[in-house]
Design a protein around this ligand. Structure first.
Ligand SMILES: NC(=O)c1ccc[n+]([C@@H]2O[C@H](COP(=O)([O-])OP(=O)(O)OC[C@H]3O[C@@H](n4cnc5c(N)ncnc54)[C@H](OP(=O)(O)O)[C@@H]3O)[C@@H](O)[C@H]2O)c1
Length: 280
């Protein structure tokens, strides 16, 4: 199967750039530009990354970012939408998925590189949702399809209906297990690991990967950069989806793709994750 992205690397997710309190389009544009110019392999957005007065903002900002590097893939997601100032709803029906996909095509300016069912864990009729995504792929609306927030059981059920190209699940380092990654790897499905730093509310990354942190400090790197480099070096078929909201942090994180990953760094990650009970 052809991978969704043509090379390993880091994806910038733009949820926080749109949804955080006080988020501005100006900052979002700067951070997205910094990511694109420092080598992000794709941008991650969704129909749900919307504001009450602008339902297309998440996809429009991604489309603007792509103008800096035409052809850069954009991941988007359907079937989950903003229903109020602090409320989101899920609807994986064929009607909703088709309507969301059509709006995404309009905002992104062409066929979708990867269309995911945003809340596979909440689908009322998963088979129908997957059949609809597969039909959208057959019709050329999306080049690739997949699920987000999917357990191994949900992935298997979906694969019995249609071929999946990708899965996007949370994989906070030192927090989440690698079960779905390994399952996808065995099945030849690309895996997008969102919130690798654990998101904005997690305990500090350094406390979850202390050996990586010590090595990073000795080498003059941030723990975020060293951890991402180790992940890229140890986990083929996995693309981290990070959520930096500052130009400095996005540049720092993206530089992980050019770090040399040696056995010592890889082993530090392996040891840290094993000691947290979530081994590689
Ligand atoms: N499919 C889904 O249902 C789903 C759900 C949630 C998220 N996502 C995707 O995943 C993306 C990432 O999620 P997230 O924002 O929760 O995860 P995250 O990347 O694990 O965490 C973001 C936090 O890490 C910090 N950070 C990033 N790089 C750093 C660096 N080099 N140095 C210091 N701090 C750094 C950020 O700080 P600063 O803000 O200060 O830069 C921010 O506080 C989202 O944007 C979205 O695209 C998908």
């Amino acid at each position: 199967m052809t991978p969704v992205l043509d090379r390993p690397g880091i994806v910038l997710g733009i949820a926080a750039l749109v949804l955080n309190e006080g988020a501005t389009d100006e900052n979002a544009r700067e951070v997205i530009a910094a990511a694109v110019n420092s080598g992000a392999v794709a941008l991650d957005t969704a129909r749900a990354y919307a504001r009450m007065d602008d339902d297309g903002v998440g996809e429009r900002l991604a489309a603007e970012g792509r103008r800096l590097r035409p052809g850069m893939p954009i991941i988007t997601k359907a079937g989950h939408y903003r229903a109020g100032p602090s409320a989101w709803s899920s609807d994986g029906s064929a009607e909703r998925l088709r309507a969301d996909a059509a709006r995404s095509v309009e905002l992104l300016g062409g066929p979708l590189d990867l269309l995911l069912l945003h809340r596979a864990d909440r689908a009322d009729d998963l088979d129908d949702s997957v059949r609809t995504l597969a039909a959208l792929r057959d019709e050329g609306v999306a080049r690739a399809i997949g699920l987000s927030n999917a357990s191994v059981e949900v992935i298997d059920r979906a694969m019995a209906v249609a071929r999946l190209d990708a899965v996007q699940n949370r994989l906070g380092l030192g927090v989440d297990a690698f079960t779905e990654y390994h399952h996808c790897r065995d099945a030849g499905i690309d895996f997008f690991a969102y919130a690798p730093f654990g998101g904005p509310r997690a305990s500090p990354l350094a406390t979850r990967v202390p050996k990586v942190w010590m090595l990073a400090a000795a080498r003059g790197l941030s723990v975020h950069r060293a951890a991402l480099a180790a992940v890229l070096g140890a986990l083929p078929g996995l693309w981290p989806v990070i959520g930096s909201t500052r130009v400095e942090s996005v540049r720092d994180a993206m530089a992980a793709t050019t770090e040399d990953v040696d056995d010592e760094l890889r082993q530090a990650l392996v040891d840290d994750l094993a000691s947290r009970g979530v081994p590689l």
